[in-house]
Design a protein around this ligand. Sequence first.
Ligand code: HEM
Length: 165
Amino acid sequence: MNFPHQASRLSYETTYKLTLTILHIMSGILGTRASLSADLDLLLQLIVLVVLIVGVKFGKEKTERSLKTHGNVMIAAVVLNAIGVLLVMLPSFVTNLSAVLNETSTIGLPLTSIHMFIGILAEGLGVAFIFKKFGNVRMWMRLTAALWLISILLGISFYLRYYVV
Ligand code: HEM
C-alpha cells in the first residue's frame, strides 16, 4: 500500500530524474558539442563569478551596510553554485565515474579530480561562512575566493577540453 507522502516523494524523484535526462540529451545553445545541461551550467557559473566579484567589492568597502550586502550577495553565490553542483556536476560525475577513472593517460582524470576537490573545498567554505565566521575571517574569505576562482578556471578548462577542442 502507498501512503500519500510516499507517492509525492516518488513523483518528486521521477520529475528530478526526468528533468536531468532531458537537459542532458538536448543539444546545447552555445554551438559546441556540450549538452544543454553543460551549457546552462557554464552560463550559471559565469553569472556566479560576476556575483562573487560584486560581493568582494562590497566586502572591501567595510561600512556596516556594505558588509551586510556583502553577506547577502555571497549567500546568493553559494546557493546558485550549489544549484549547478546538485543538478549538473554531481549527476554528471556519478554517471561518468567509470569513464573518468579509465582516463589515466589523458588530462581528464587529474583535471576532473582537482576541479572537484577544489570545488568541494570552495563551496564547503562558502556554506560554512553562511553559518559562522571563524579564525582570521579576512584570510579565510580570501582563500575561499581564490579556491572558487581556481575551480571555475578548471571547470572552464574541462568544458574546452571535452566540448570545444
Ligand atoms: C566553486 C565550485 C565550482 C565551480 C565554480 C565549478 C565550475 C564548473 C564549470 C564552469 C564547469 C563547466 C560546465 C559544465 O561542463 O557543466 C564544471 C564542470 C564540472 N564540474 Fe564543476 N564547479 C564547482 C564545483 C564542483 C564540484 C563540488 C564538483 C563535484 C561533484 C564538480 C564536478 C564537475 C564535473 C563532473 C563537471 C563536468 C560536467 C559535465 O559537463 O559533464 N564541480 N564545473
